[in-house]
Write a protein that binds this ligand. Sequence first.
Ligand SMILES: Nc1nc2c(ncn2[C@@H]2O[C@H](COP(=O)(O)OP(=O)(O)O)[C@@H](O)[C@H]2O)c(=O)[nH]1
Ligand SMILES: [Mg+2]
Length: 451
Amino acid sequence: MALDGLRSGIFAALSALKGKRKLDEGELSEMVLNIKKSLLEADFNVRQTKEISERLEQRMRDEEPRPGITLQTHALNILYTELVRILGKPREIHPHGQTILMVGLYGQGKTTTTAKLAEWWRRRHGMKVAVIEADSHRPGAYAQLQQLLADTPTTVYGEPDEKDALTIVRNGIAAVGDADLVIIGTAGRDRLDDELQVELENIHKVANATERFLVIDAQVGQAAGPVAANFHDLVDITGVIVTKLDGTARGGGALSTVATTGAPIVFIGEGEKVGDLELFESDRFISRLLGMGDIQGLIDLAPDDLDAEEAQRIAERLMSGRFSLQDMDQQMEMMSRIGTVDRIMSHMPAGMFGLGGMTPRQKKEMQTNLDRFRVIMDSMTADEKNEPTLLKQERIRRVARGSGATEKEVRALLAQWNKSRKMMKGMRGDRQMRKKMKDMMGSLDDSEFPM
Ligand SMILES: Nc1nc2c(ncn2[C@@H]2O[C@H](COP(=O)(O)OP(=O)(O)O)[C@@H](O)[C@H]2O)c(=O)[nH]1
Ligand SMILES: [Mg+2]
């Protein structure tokens, strides 16, 4: 996910708290200093970093962890609230009947994001979406958009030979009249110069758009703040989309400075493909970042052929942290239906399946192991799957023979299960986290939660 570096920096800083009941002055300032370094490396600005670290230090001094909560989680919870505060309040969008005007500088990802949004709402709301490409400066823009949406029923309107953007917008709106949602792409420049200002103001008047979304590349870092403020003055931005968060470790700069302009971040882009879009809500984003899990995000990943209820059920089940081999088997099946290990894991609580700190290589291995493990489990009895400790030497040999695997592979599966189970047990003591999970997930039995 975005800001992986910050995540591991924070985890490393907090690992110093493990098993401690109290910090001495030296330990406290070292932990805060390490958090500060991680924030600066993620490009949070100096003032914001100072604010977060000072509040963390103060609150670690003033607030006692509640009973049953480790010092480590106490610090994590403080960081969570401080980061959510810096990133601002989320904004809900109701797409029906809206006309969205997409604006931004050149090369920031406007055209790509226009296609991503069209697909986002078409897939999730079954809406009839139309897009109008009104970039009359860049010759290939219309073709680019057509290509991105080639296999979809979305109407793509453009006039590649028309030089006047206003004409395209007028004709386009008339042509796509029956769509539930219209998204209009515009031209960019290297900077917001007079010419672009006039063009955007005119399009803004003619289109009478209900939403104005600014698209901004995370790689511009803290410079995103002033850019957002300028566009905000011009067309009254209702939402910002920060793109290319997959390509920079320093995305904290764009995210945090945009938040200070008062224009809410509504989505983030994490790749070049049409599906690489995520809803941005600061609390959910930070929850994922800090390894607390994000059930809604998991549901959003569900494939097209799952209805909403089933997606919800699967996501809850995935997060429930039950842990017989049978459960592990079902969870693997669900994971393979939802998507890649990598994307799923970014929404799960850290430590679930013992995968909190997986390297890309380990994730890839896990992906290949999934099928292998399932074949092995097919050769186990129901009792063995419910109580894997039954599997000693003799039975392991039998299972290996039955599934065409080696004994070593069977043992690897058991080791994986054992590791995951321990990890979950270790996290069980934490009531507040457990409550958070529970609140996110509705009403499952307390004892089923890994945290
Ligand atoms: N890695 C990555 N690339 C992106 C993302 N969004 C857009 N791009 C790429 O950025 C480049 C410029 O995007 P484009 O949509 O043409 O920008 P525009 O000039 O603002 O319309 C293209 O190569 C896109 O594939 C993203 O979220 N991640
Ligand atoms: Mg473009």
